[in-house]
Design a binder for this molecule. Structure first.
Ligand code: ADP
Ligand code: MG
Length: 700
């Protein structure tokens, strides 16, 4: 990089040591490069003037021109507020000041034409601009045409030192004026030219001071692309190194176990999506390289079966397989359903969890070590334990608990041939996020449900529908169905939530009295033994209604349950609602999900309810979820550290991400070790990233 980028910020005109300190502490801007890469978060079009009648409180930033017709002061000393009325030919807006009133009164005159600029709000039924920016209309005349104002993030402390958005803009101006005419490129020409990208210098100039709308778009494209490209290059490079170094057990044979299972024990036809994914897995495992694959698919899409068949493939080639689940209940359930599918075959399978008795455990460990046990299902206890395999070929991990497993995979192998890894997740995450967090894995998607499933009918109801709901529940129970009622339980309001749950349970018991009806209750405070017993009663069909907290979110499979009622549904996130809904719709009957909420809902809560009612598609729901909450809050994504982006936005820049990834792939295809002299710049960037310096503007 050019030494210009490394100059300390205090040498910039208008900064000096005290402000440099603020910039460093508050905005992590220590160098010229850091400031240049402090990009605007928003641009406002100042070429367009709004008429007063066009202004509403949901237009963002606007400018209006007109004359002030009157000033009025309200309130006492410390609470004074100055209000000016500004009129154009279509109406009047109010300008409001709480501070600097004397100054405003001195500067502004009635009858003079001004341009005001700000974010409108509504107060007492009138459009208000609080502390607007004001200029003489005559001064702004010459600035017509393209006139976009950038806005910069800053902090309260920085603002107090004159480093508000405008203050930062002034510094950017000074800096850009000094920018060397020649800046070396950060991307090789082979990447830049196919996209006709702006040069780095042009992009940096135009991101702060766009010459026009088109140049702004091009600058954004270049810088977003670059940011995403380096992440992808980094991930793909790591993946490449791994595939070169690490061999996988070779799984090429389709043998007796597989054929026998496929022809005599598989209770149904595979879906097209299952076949496609099995092929992908088979190709991976036969390649001699270690497979690292993520299998995404909605609840009930048949991932477990794909896992089982992959395990059987491995067995046919003389290896063992293990499957790990995040909880004991889930491990138990996998064990039950897999044992059932395998019954009548000669394949041996066992369950190993934290509560496996010592004697049993010792026997299992011995059988794993001598190879008589083919498949082991368990919790994380499996990796913590001193489990030794005779010859492990495949590790299947249910849900996103892959961290830590990869290192373990190596310990399980006696040589440098590692077992394959298949990570399954039922929490669909948007493709952009998956490519970023799991960009070093291959991704398979099951995007098709087994045939004959009736889509769950979801509705949103208010308290006023309670009586009808009870009637509906009785109908369903009369038809032999069972019902879940889920209450929120959030740690911060745990006591209150527990009270709601218990009083909800009491009310249900009154509406559904013994001996005709039986109701179970399960929550986290119940002793494990009781919890288990209640679950069992419901699973057996003895109780009709299960009142519970989200403890049932994972790991309950009761196909006869066809109604899921979620109380205070507005308090749940989208992905949680979707997971809960996935508890029903597992049998042949029509299933229902009913979202009960209070009458007053935030706009966001409304959108969540509408989304749930509109679609059963987990990927669509994940997309909305990411848009609402931002990528950083989607479960399990924080630890990846890949999503602290400066300019790209995973919720909006999916198309650029695809291009960046494709470009990284083709570059590594041509030059896997970045040995070409034109790619040296890339190699240096990657080394810097490995050294923990993610922001390349900070390195020299
Ligand atoms: P997931 O693990 O993706 O949630 P499962 O593998 O548990 O889904 O499958 C859900 C249910 O669908 C199971 O009862 C399973 O036996 C059944 N199933 C899986 N694949 C098929 C298929 N191709 N046709 C019919 N039913 C299937
Ligand atoms: Mg499953």
């Amino acid at each position: 990089m050019h030494p210009f980028f490394d100059k300390s910020i205090e040498y910039l005109k208008g900064v000096g040591p005290p402000r440099a300190d603020i910039l460093r502490k508050e905005l992590q801007i220590a160098t010229f490069g850091n400031l240049l890469f402090h990009f605007p978060f928003r641009y406002v079009d100042r070429s367009r003037f709004y008429k007063v009648k066009e202004v509403t409180d949901d237009t963002t930033w606007v400018q209006v021109h007109g004359r002030i017709t009157a000033f009025q002061s309200f309130g006492e000393k410390r609470t004074t507020r100055l209000v000016a009325s500004l009129r154009d030919e279509t109406g009047i807006v109010e300008l409001v000041w709480f501070q600097g009133i004397t100054w405003v009164k001195e500067m502004l005159r009635t009858g003079v034409e001004y341009v005001i600029f700000g974010k409108p709000s509504i107060f007492n039924g009138k459009i208000n601009f609080v502390h607007p920016e004001i200029e003489l209309y005559s001064d702004t005349q010459q600035q017509q045409g393209f006139n976009t104002q950038p806005f910069y993030n800053t902090t309260e402390k920085a603002r107090a030192r004159g480093l508000d958005s405008k203050g930062i803009l002034r510094l950017q101006k000074t800096l850009i004026q000094q920018l060397p005419l020649y800046l070396p490129e950060s991307l090789p020409d082979s990447v830049i030219s196919p996209f006709k990208m702006l040069s780095l210098r042009e992009a940096l100039v135009n991101i702060h001071f766009p010459a026009d709308g088109d140049m702004l778009k091009k600058a954004q494209f270049r810088l977003k692309f670059e940011e995403l490209f380096f992440i992808q290059l980094d991930l793909l490079n790591r993946k490449l190194i791994k595939t070169e170094k690490v061999k996988g057990k070779v799984v090429t044979q389709i043998g007796d176990h597989f054929n026998n299972f496929y022809n005599h024990h598989l209770p149904f036809q595979l879906t097209g999506a299952q076949k496609k994914v099995l092929k992908e897995i088979r190709t991976d495992m036969g390649s001699g390289k270690q497979m690292n694959r993520l299998l995404q698919g909605d609840v009930g899409s048949g991932k477990t079966l794909v896992a089982l068949m992959s395990m059987i493939m491995v067995l046919d080639n003389g290896y063992q397989a293990c499957l790990m689940a995040p909880t004991e209940i889930l491990a138990q359930q996998h064990f039950n359903s897999l044992s059932e599918l395998l019954s009548g075959t000669s394949i041996t399978i066992a369950l190993l969890t934290g509560s496996t008795k010592k004697k049993e455990r010792e026997r299992l460990l011995a059988e794993l070590a001598d190879g008589t046990l083919h498949f082991i299902i368990g919790t994380h206890a499996l990796i913590e334990d001193r489990v030794k395999f005779s010859s492990l070929g495949l590790v299947v991990i249910d849900e996103q608990h892959r961290f830590g497993v990869e290192q373990r995979a190596r310990l399980w192998s006696k040589d440098d041939v590692w077992p394959h890894i298949l990570v399954m997740t039922a929490t669909p995450i948007p493709r952009t996020l998956a490519m970023t967090i799991f960009g070093d894995l291959d991704i398979s998607v099951i995007d098709e449900l087994p045939p004959g499933r009736k889509p769950i009918q979801t509705s949103h109801r208010f308290e006023s529908a309670r009586l009808r709901l009870i009637g509906f529940m009785k109908e369903q129970i009369a038809k032999g169905r069972q019902i879940y009622i889920v209450y929120p339980l959030i740690e911060e309001s745990e006591k209150l939530d527990l009270m709601n749950l218990v009083s909800g349970y009491d009310a249900i018991c009154r509406d559904f009295p013994l001996p005709d009806y039986r109701v179970s209750i399960v929550h986290g405070k119940l002793p494990a033994k009781d919890k288990d017993e209640e679950m069992q009663k419901f699973a057996r069909g003895f109780t009709h209604i299960m009142v519970a907290t989200t403890v049932i979110e994972v790991g309950v499979n009761v196909p006869n349950a066809s109604v899921m009622i979620i109380e205070s549904a507005e308090r749940f996130g989208l992905s949680q609602l979707h997971q809960l809904r996935g508890r029903v719709g597992r049998g042949a009957e029509q299933s229902y999900c009913i979202l009960m909420t209070g009458n007053k809902l935030s706009a966001e809560a409304k959108l969540r309810m509408q989304t749930m009612v509109r679609t059963n598609d987990g990927f669509e729901i994940a997309d909305v979820d990411m848009k609402l909450r931002g990528p950083g809050d989607i479960a399990g994504t924080r630890q990846s550290g890949m999503i602290d982006l400066k300019i790209a936005d995973l919720t909006k820049d999916g198309a650029i991400l695809e291009l960046a990834r494709a470009a990284a792939i083709s570059l590594l295809d041509r030059d896997p070790h970045l040995q070409d002299s034109t790619n040296e710049i890339l190699r240096r960037q990657l080394d810097a990233r490995k050294a923990g310096k993610n922001d390349w503007s900070r390195i020299s």
